[in-house]
Design a protein around this ligand. Structure first.
Ligand code: MEV
Length: 305
């Protein structure tokens, strides 16, 4: 069998962080930064992975873990009995410290790249559901919103209870402003759970309000000329709800208000307590790493072996 390539985009949350983990909807989009895997079948049962983050040499029968490669190894482990030995070479343009869904992109590129080796290609939603199960095995909690965007491309609405993943025609100009640090998502989710355990009713009301804000924002996008204005307002509102939840800090608050002073809507994007602020529009904030966030309509893909 010849070699083939699979590739998946980065992603960023537009709206719905945290509440989506507890069943509320989220809007998330795929960004034009890509992680690519080159697949090379072998005549033995070895699994060799080359990447900038790690080198790994194991067998499909043993499949030993590697902390930097867990999102690639998990789907391989799931299908191990059906696979030939493989050499994988991973290249990524996704800055992995900025919370741009690099783990989800690695998972999506692996799930899609496995397709040529399986007797029947699973559909995208089946791949999402398998991926979500693997994410929860690896990190305990998680909605898979970033995986949904990586698999489907464009802007998608994830409704986690069903689940459904619906493309939404929304392609605004955006800038990501990096705070300079990151708290791992699993750690933020754990902290927030513990902090709110004594106040379950208030927590549930807050998540419900977050969900309502996303529902209103999706409705606003279905309107015409004034949609952007209303969406921007709800975007700012969602930041306030994340602050109430406890995932804003001084650096993030400063960035958000500096962006707003220049007339753009801004909110934390992702788990919070670090990562990025997302601004609706183009902006260059002195002293911060600002990254243009261009949405790609293309989701994860593989070429023919
Ligand atoms: C992190 O990008 C978004 C969270 O909602 C976690 C998740 O959806 O899995 C905080």
């Amino acid at each position: 069998m010849n070699t083939w390539t699979s590739s998946a985009p980065a992603s960023t949350m537009l709206l719905g962080e945290h509440a989506v983990v507890y069943g509320e909807p989220a809007l998330v989009c795929a960004l034009d930064y890509w992680l690519t895997i080159r697949w090379q079948p072998r005549h033995d049962r070895r699994l060799i992975i080359h990447s900038a983050l790690a080198e790994h040499d194991t067998t499909l029968d043993e499949l030993t873990d590697h902390p930097q490669l867990r999102f690639v190894l998990a789907p391989l482990r799931h299908y191990a009995s059906q696979l030939p030995g493989l050499t994988l070479t991973i290249d990524s343009q996704i800055p992995h410290t900025m919370g741009l869904g690099s783990s989800a992109a690695a998972l999506a590129a692996t799930l899609i790249g496995l397709q040529p080796l399986l007797p029947q290609s699973p559909g995208r939603l089946d791949q999402f559901e398998l991926g979500l199960t693997l994410i929860r095995q690896i990190q305990g909690r998680g909605s898979g919103a970033d995986l949904a965007a990586s698999l489907y491309g464009g802007t998608v609405l994830l409704q986690p209870r069903l689940p459904t993943i619906t493309p939404i025609p929304f392609d605004p100009e955006m800038t990501l402003i990096y705070s300079g640090y990151k708290t791992p998502t699993a750690e933020v989710l754990k902290q927030i759970k513990q902090a709110w355990d004594p106040l379950p009713e208030l927590r549930d009301s807050l998540y419900h309000l977050m969900g309502d804000t996303v529902r209103q924002a999706v409705k606003a996008l279905a309107l015409d000329a004034d949609a952007q204005k209303l969406f921007s307002r709800l975007f700012n509102t969602y930041h306030g709800l994340m602050d109430a939840l406890g995932v804003c800090d001084l650096t993030l608050a400063k960035i958000v208000y500096q962006v707003r002073e220049q007339g753009l809507a801004a909110k934390i994007s992702g788990a919070g307590l670090g990562d990025c602020v997302l601004a609706l529009g183009q902006i260059d904030l002195p002293g911060y790493h600002c990254l243009p966030a261009t949405i790609t309509e293309q989701g994860a893909w593989h070429d023919a072996p």
